[in-house]
Design a protein around this ligand. Structure first.
Ligand code: NAD
Ligand code: DAU
Length: 342
């Protein structure tokens, strides 16, 4: 099978490519990525010379480029993915997440090929209580979430109108190796290692459900190979935690890994700052459908996954030092300068 993986130089896409190349000896992967600030070919250094892999620098909005490529299925990981950036400027989110998905749908329609569209639990909005199912209403609260919900609706329309064989996954918060440092878990790890303040939005009681990235990759793969066309699959691990609890747990583990003692005071870095606008209080989904229909379930315990993740960031200093020394600091200053009183 020739797979077109879009956004394969990002966090989840690069983990997926590594997983698929090892799980399916017969698959060939074309990685199409625009290499935005979040795309990084170093994420794929270990597999870049594989005879079953090629990289193409390009935009998912480029219809002509897509017409020239040969593949049997599309896995769409490409997106603008960070909520805080969508609050600063929504325009790139509308372009890539909506117009880009539309281009991929037109391509899938023309080719008659399968499209797996990687979406998010954020399309359901905030879960005040209970769990969201695939039939829950779409109530997105951030420009990022609204752009993903819009793309999901386009997928639905192309399934209904044109019979495109598309499926949607909606996953909870991922963590693991190669996650860009703007996201909460790597941000906490890097700031703790560097002795920098750790910004906690609001009262720190917003709840997220954390899943190890490899488990998400296996879910996307299960949907590609065994999913029913036109269906939506929620993906989660039932590992809900308030942010402040997660941060304290992380700091304890980081101190252990670095051989530090409580007196070294990592918890003193915790700094409560002005809340994110429109901040969803809780995300929680019910993964019963994908478990029942496709036999998938999250396999990585949080303890194991988070220890592996912390060790990866400690061992891969060069990877993240390059990122935080460049453009990233300009974003960091805009996002956190005032919040941290600088
Ligand atoms: P990421 O920001 O790390 O990576 C996105 C990748 O897409 C980058 O390599 C970037 O260069 C590429 N890209 C952006 N615009 C593009 C364009 N126009 N054309 C081609 N490539 C483009 O994101 P991620 O965290 O890996 O998320 C991947 C997907 O999974 C996204 O669709 C996101 O909405 C979804 N998702 C993420 C999470 C999470 O916790 N990170 C959870 C659920 C769903
Ligand atoms: O739920 C899936 C979504 O998870 C994905 O669709 C998104 O692409 C992904 O970015 C993630 O969104 P969140 O907004 O939940 O993730 P983030 O890591 O940005 O924030 C997690 C929580 O931590 C959230 O409640 C906001 C809070 N936070 C975040 C940052 C960056 C802080 O308190 N301080 C911070 O500095």
């Amino acid at each position: 099978m020739r797979l077109l993986v879009t956004g394969g130089a990002g966090f989840i896409g690069s983990n997926y490519i590594r997983y698929a190349l090892s799980a399916h000896p017969d698959c060939y992967i074309i990685n199409l990525d625009r290499l935005t600030y979040a795309g990084n070919l170093e994420n794929l250094k270990d597999i870049e010379s594989s005879a079953r892999y090629e990289f193409i620098k390009g935009d998912i909005c480029d219809r002509k480029l897509l017409e020239d490529l040969e593949f049997d299925a599309i896995l769409n990981f490409a997106a603008e993915s960070h909520v805080d950036r969508s609050i600063l400027d929504a325009a790139p989110f509308l372009q890539t997440n909506i117009a880009g998905t539309h281009t991929l749908l037109e391509t899938a329609r023309q080719r008659g090929c399968i499209l797996v569209h990687v979406s998010t639990d954020e399309v359901y909005g905030s879960a005040e209580k209970g769990l969201f199912s695939e039939n829950s209403p779409l109530l997105p609260n951030s420009p990022y979430a609204a752009s993903k919900a819009s793309s999901d609706l386009l997928v639905r329309a192309y399934v209904e109108t044109h019979g495109v064989r598309a499926m949607i996954t909606r996953c909870t918060n991922n963590y693991g190796p190669y996650q860009f440092p703007e996201k909460l878990i790597p941000l906490v790890i890097l700031n703790a290692i560097s002795g920098k303040p750790i910004p906690v939005y609001g009262d720190g009681m917003n709840v997220r459900d954390w899943i190890y990235v490899e488990d998400h990759c296996r879910a996307v793969d299960a949907v590609l190979h065994r999913g029913r066309a036109g269906e939506i699959y929620n993906v989660g691990s039932g590992n809900e935690m308030p942010n402040i609890e997660l941060i304290r747990l992380l700091l304890g583990k980081i101190a252990d890994e670095l051989g530090m003692h409580e007196k070294d005071g990592l918890s003193g870095l915790i700094t409560f700052v002005k809340d994110r606008k429109g901040h969803d209080r809780r995300y929680a989904i019910d993964p019963a459908k994908i478990e029942r229909e496709l036999g998938w379930r999250a396999e990585t315990g949080f303890e194991d996954g988070i220890t592996r993740t912390i060790r990866w960031y400690i061992d891969n200093r060069r990877w993240w030092e390059r990122i935080i020394s460049g453009e990233y600091m300009k974003y960091y200053d805009v996002q956190y300068g005032e919040r941290l009183g600088r």
